[in-house]
Design a protein around this ligand. Sequence first.
Ligand SMILES: Cc1cc2nc3c(=O)[nH]c(=O)nc-3n(C[C@H](O)[C@H](O)[C@H](O)COP(=O)(O)OP(=O)(O)OC[C@H]3O[C@@H](n4cnc5c(N)ncnc54)[C@H](O)[C@@H]3O)c2cc1C
Length: 394
Amino acid sequence: MDLHLDPEDLAFRDAVRRFLDENLLPATRRATALTTGFINDPEVAVVFHRALHRKGWSVPHWPEKYGGTGWTQVQRYLFEAECARAGAPIYNGAGSNMIGPVLMRFGTDEQKKKYLPRIVSGEDCWAQGYSEPGSGSDLASLRTRAVRDGEHYVINGQKIWTTHAHKSNRLFALVRTSTEGKKQEGITFLMMDTGLPGITVRPIIGNGGDHEFNEVFFDDVRAPVAGRVSEENMGWEVAKYLLEFERGGNPVAGRVRAQFARLATLIGKKCPGDADIVARLGELGTDLDAMEMIELTAVSALQTGGNPGPVSSLLKLRWSQLRQQLAELAMDAVGVEALRWIAARPLYDTLQLPADEEQMLSVMPRYLNYRAYTILGGTSEIQTGILARSLLGL
Ligand SMILES: Cc1cc2nc3c(=O)[nH]c(=O)nc-3n(C[C@H](O)[C@H](O)[C@H](O)COP(=O)(O)OP(=O)(O)OC[C@H]3O[C@@H](n4cnc5c(N)ncnc54)[C@H](O)[C@@H]3O)c2cc1C
C-alpha cells in the first residue's frame, strides 16, 4: 500500500491539526488522558463531537449522503491518527459505528430520516442490548421475549454488560420472537427508547472500579413495532452485519499508537535504562505496525461502500491483545507505584495533582479494565474460530 503523502495530504493533515488545536479543549484532552475505562464517557466526548459536527466531520466514515465527508482513504487515516495523537475522545461508537451502518443497509427511509441525523449531531446516545446471562458467545441462544400486541412488542427478560445504558437515550436489542426452527431464526432486531416504562438499568462496577456497563431488565415493556429493523425473525442477519462493524468498522491503530506513545514517554521517565522493558516496547511497536497495515486494507473496503468482512475478526483479535500488552508493560514500567489506588471515579474529576502523578494513578485501573478488551465485542477464542472457518476454510 502506498502511504506516500503528497502536498495535498500534508495540507489536509495541517488543517486537521489546526482544527484540533482550536477545538479540542484542554479539559477534554485531560479527561480523555485520565479515562481509565475501555470507552470514553459520552458527556466528555460529546463536547468534541459537537465541534466536529459544526465542521461537518462528525461521521467521516459514512457515505456523504448521510453526513460523511467523502475523504480519501489517506485523509481518513490521517484524521484518525491526528485525533488519537492529540488525545481526542470518541463519542458513542454504538451510534456511529454500529446502528448507523445497520440502518443504512437495513433501515426503512423513515428510520434513516429519524435516527441518522441525530447520530451525526450527537443528540442521540445508543446502547447495545445483545448479551444476556448465559448468551454471550452463544448469542443466538438469547431468551429475552418479545410478543406482538398490535403496533407494539411486549418485552420481558434481561440483558447484561450493556455499556453506557445508564447514559444512553436509545437502545438496540436482539429479542426472541419465535421458538420455532433453528435458534437463529426466531430473533428480531428492535430499537427503542431507554426511558420506556418497564426498563430498569442496574449498574455493574468493573474490576478497575469504573461504572461502564449495566444489567438491563425488561418488565412488560411496550416497544413500538416501528423500531423493528428488517422483518420479524430476521434479526440474526442484521445482528451479524452489525458485529462486523463493531469489530473492524473504525480504525483503531491510531488509538493504539497513542497508547504506545504515552507508554514510551512513561518508560523514558521511569526506567529508560531497563533493557528488557525497552525491548518489549520495540516488539510491540513492530506488532502495531503489522496490525496497522491490515487495518488499512479493511478501511479501503469500507471506503468503497463494502463491509469489513472476516478481517474484522483478525483486527479485533490483534488490537485487543496489543492494548492489553501495552497496559501490562506500563504496569511493569511503573513497578510498585502502580499499587497506589484512588477509588473515586472518574479520575479526571477527582484528582488535582501534577500531570505525571495523575498518569501514574491511572496505570493500574486501566490495566484492570483493559482485561475486558479480549472479551467485549466477541472473545478472542470466538474471533479465532471465525478466522479458522472463513479465512482458512476449516
Ligand atoms: C467491557 C465489556 C463491555 C461489553 N459491552 C457490551 C454491550 O454494550 N452490549 C452487549 O450486548 N454486550 C456487551 N458485552 C458482552 C460481551 O459481548 C460478552 O461478554 C462476550 O460476547 C462473551 O460472552 P460471555 O461473557 O457470555 O462469555 P462466554 O460466552 O460464557 O465465554 C466464556 C469463555 O468461554 C469461551 N468460549 C465460549 N464459547 C466458545 C467457543 N465456541 N469456542 C471457544 N471458546 C469459547 C470464551 O472465549 C470465554 O473465554 C461487553 C463485555 C465486556 C467485557
